[in-house]
Design a protein around this ligand. Sequence first.
Ligand SMILES: [Zn+2]
Length: 276
Amino acid sequence: MSGKRQTSPARQYRVPGGPHSLPVHGAWKSHLPAKESILPDGTQKVEFVRNRILAGLPRKEYARIASDLAPTTLKAGQILYEPGGTMQSAYFPETAVVSILSQAEEGTSIEVSLVGSEGVVGVPIVLKSHALPYRVVVQGAGTAWRMKADVLRREFDRCGALHKLLLHYVHALIVQLAQSSACNQFHTTRQRLCRWLLASEDLSGSNELRSTQEFLSQMLGVNRGSANQAAGSLQRAGLIRYRRGRITILNRAGLETATCECYRIIRSEFDRFFRR
Ligand SMILES: [Zn+2]
């Protein structure tokens, strides 16, 4: 074991105003018989898994790794990784939503990436760097599959279907990061809030999420006044209801009209590789 700091999965991310969570949806369905569908290459695919990377695996490949996937419930505010640590496990979210946060030295932070059922927390493991200069925090409580780092590395090195799907994910992630960088520079806080709300709904499967002004401002990288102003504007337009730290999306089509092109560019890139 190296002398590097290990991250305890039980640690919580304390944010002024309390924890933030999305509802936990449904129970584990792994005990149900898998439905099968035929992939373009003629192989069968599993359908009871919601995570789009795992769901894209041919049934035979999934069966080989199934025993290495541990069902896990992630709590809102739980820290999965701290900068300087070594990633011990990868997480394939089902209903959980995870934020990757960049923190400035003075304490302010901004969300670099949002990971949910379309992805995996653990890209540094497959890229064999095992580390990240960002904090990884559960933003929305929910379920995920946990896989040990050495198992994921071994599976990736087999160069099978999981390898291919993970490379597709890395590509989509690069597009997401690049587009987010452009978005932060060129688009308004209101547009970016719309994008964040739409992405959160896509990943959690719920139109309702809990989030304080403080948390919103951290996600958007703006002060609380600006975050509040943007949320108030969306509420006055009838697109959301924002009450006591709970945001309800009332008009998704309206949010899609109000957001910038970045939402569609990022989403289409994920949809290109991972079927819903
Ligand atoms: Zn944008």
